[in-house]
Design a protein around this ligand. Structure first.
Ligand code: PEP
Ligand code: MN
Length: 360
C-alpha cells in the first residue's frame, strides 16, 4: 500500500517532528524556527537541554516535510518521529530530566528518598515519623490527606486538617511535602500546602486531573496505573507535559498479575524500559508494590540496584494500629537500617568503574 506524504497507517500513531538546534544556535535562530512553525499552523514547545535546544512541533495530524526546517540557520537536524509519545521521549529531550524543588532533587546523581506515612492520622504520628525521616537524610516527606481507598468504608483521610499538619512538617523539619490530589479541586490545596502533587494509581487515567496537574506550578509524581502498560503510563505523563508542566516523576508501584503472594507485582523491569524510552526520572514504591512488611526492604534494595532514581517508603510508629496500610509499614528502626543499605547500594551503582578498580 502506498501512502501519500503526511498520511499515517494508524490514526492513533502520531507524527511528530523534532527540530534539534546546533549548539551554536542563537536566540534569533530559535525565534525564526518558531515563526516558521506558527506560519505553517502548528504549535511548538522549546525544550531546553544542558548544551543545546530542541523544538517539538505539536498539533500536526500528518507528517511534516523536514526540509522545510533543515535549511534554516542554527538547525542541526529535523527528525520525523512516528510514535505515540512526543514530549516524554528521549528524542524530545536527550538529557535526563532533573526535578529540583529548591535544593531537593529527584533524577540527579543522588538517590531520592521519599518517606513518611501512608495516611496522615494525627499530629503526633506524623511528627514522630517526620523526625525519623529527617534523621535519615531524606529530603521528601510523604503523607496522604485524601486516601482513594478501594472500599468506601475504609478510612478516607483527614482531608484539609491533614494539610495543616503537613504544612507544619515542611516548616519544622524543612522536608518537601509529597501528597496526593484525588481530583481537580484538591490540586488547589496541594498547590497551597505541598511541594509535589502525587497522582495515584487509580487516577493515572483521570485525564481531567492530569490536565489540571499539567497546569500546576508544582512537579507531579505520577504513579503507574495498576493495570497500565509502560506505553499507557507514558501517555498519561504526556497529558501533563503537553499542558506545559515538564516536571514529572514516574513511580512504579506494582501491577496486577496472577500472582497472589504479594499485594501487587512490583515490575522492576519498568525501570530500564522507561529509562530507554523517556528522559523522565523514575522511582520505586516497594511499600504498595508488595503490601508486606517483610518484602519491602528486599524490593527497595532491588529498586536501587536496578537503577531507580529514588525510593518511596511508608513508615508507622505502630503499624498494628495504622488506619491504612499497616501491613506494609516499616517501623522507624527498620526504616533507618534500610536507608543505610540503600545508600550503600546506590554508591556501588553510580560508581561502578571505581568499584571494579578497587576489587581488581
Ligand atoms: C499512596 O501512595 O498513598 C497510594 C494510595 O498509593 P497507590 O496510588 O500506588 O495505591
Ligand atoms: Mn499506603
Amino acid at each position: 500500500m502506498r501512502l501519500a506524504f503526511g498520511e499515517s497507517l494508524c490514526k492513533n500513531v502520531l507524527n511528530f517532528m523534532l527540530i534539534v538546534m546546533k549548539r551554536s544556535a542563537s536566540d534569533d535562530d530559535v525565534t525564526r524556527v518558531l515563526a516558521k512553525i506558527e506560519k505553517l499552523g502548528f504549535t511548538s514547545k522549546v525544550i531546553d537541554g544542558n548544551s543545546r535546544r530542541a523544538i517539538a512541533i505539536i498539533g500536526n495530524d500528518g507528517a511534516i516535510d523536514p526540509t522545510k526546517f533543515e535549511s534554516l540557520s542554527g538547525v542541526a537536524e529535523a527528525i520525523r518521529i512516528t510514535k505515540p509519545h512526543k514530549l516524554t521521549t528521549r528524542e524530545a529531550h536527550t538529557e535526563n530530566t532533573i526535578v529540583a524543588i529548591g535544593d531537593a532533587v529527584i533524577g540527579g546523581e543522588d538517590l531520592a528518598l521519599i518517606a513518611g506515612v501512608c495516611s496522615v492520622e494525627s499530629p503526633e504520628q506524623v511528627f514522630e515519623v517526620a523526625n525519623i525521616v529527617k534523621k535519615s537524610g531524606a529530603r521528601f516527606f510523604r503523607g496522604g490527606a485524601y486516601k482513594p481507598r478501594t472500599s468506601p468504608y475504609a478510612f478516607q483521610g483527614l482531608g484539609e486538617e491533614a494539610f495543616k499538619i503537613l504544612a507544619e512538617v515542611r516548616e519544622r523539619f524543612g522536608l518537601k511535602i509529597v501528597t496526593e490530589a484525588i481530583d481537580e479541586k484538591s490540586v488547589d490545596l496541594v498547590e497551597k500546602f505541598a511541594d509535589v502533587i502525587q497522582i495515584g494509581t487509580r487516577n493515572m487515567q483521570n485525564y481531567s486531573l492530569l490536565k489540571r496537574a499539567g497546569r500546576a506550578q508544582l512537579p507531579v509524581l505520577l504513579k503507574r496505573g495498576m493495570s497500565a502498560t509502560v506505553d499507557e503510563w507514558l501517555l498519561a505523563a504526556e497529558y501533563i507535559l503537553s499542558e506545559g508542566n515538564s516536571r514529572v516523576i514516574l513511580c512504579e508501584r506494582g501491577i496486577r498479575t496472577f500472582s497472589n503472594h504479594a499485594r501487587n507485582t512490583l515490575d522492576l523491569s519498568a525501570v530500564p524500559a522507561v529509562q530507554r524510552m523517556s528522559h523522565l526520572p523514575i522511582i520505586i514504591d516497594p511499600s504498595h508494590g508488595t503490601g508486606k512488611n517483610y518484602m519491602v526492604a528486599p524490593l527497595a534494595r532491588a529498586g536501587v540496584a536496578v537503577g531507580a532514581n529514588g525510593i518511596m517508603l511508608e513508615i508507622h510508629p505502630h503499624p498494628e494500629n495504622a488506619l491504612s496500610d499497616g501491613s506494609q509499614a516499616l517501623t522507624p528502626s527498620q526504616y533507618l537500617q534500610l536507608v543505610g543499605e540503600l545508600n550503600a547500594i546506590h554508591k556501588l551503582i553510580i560508581h561502578p568503574l571505581k568499584t571494579v578498580a578497587i576489587s581488581s
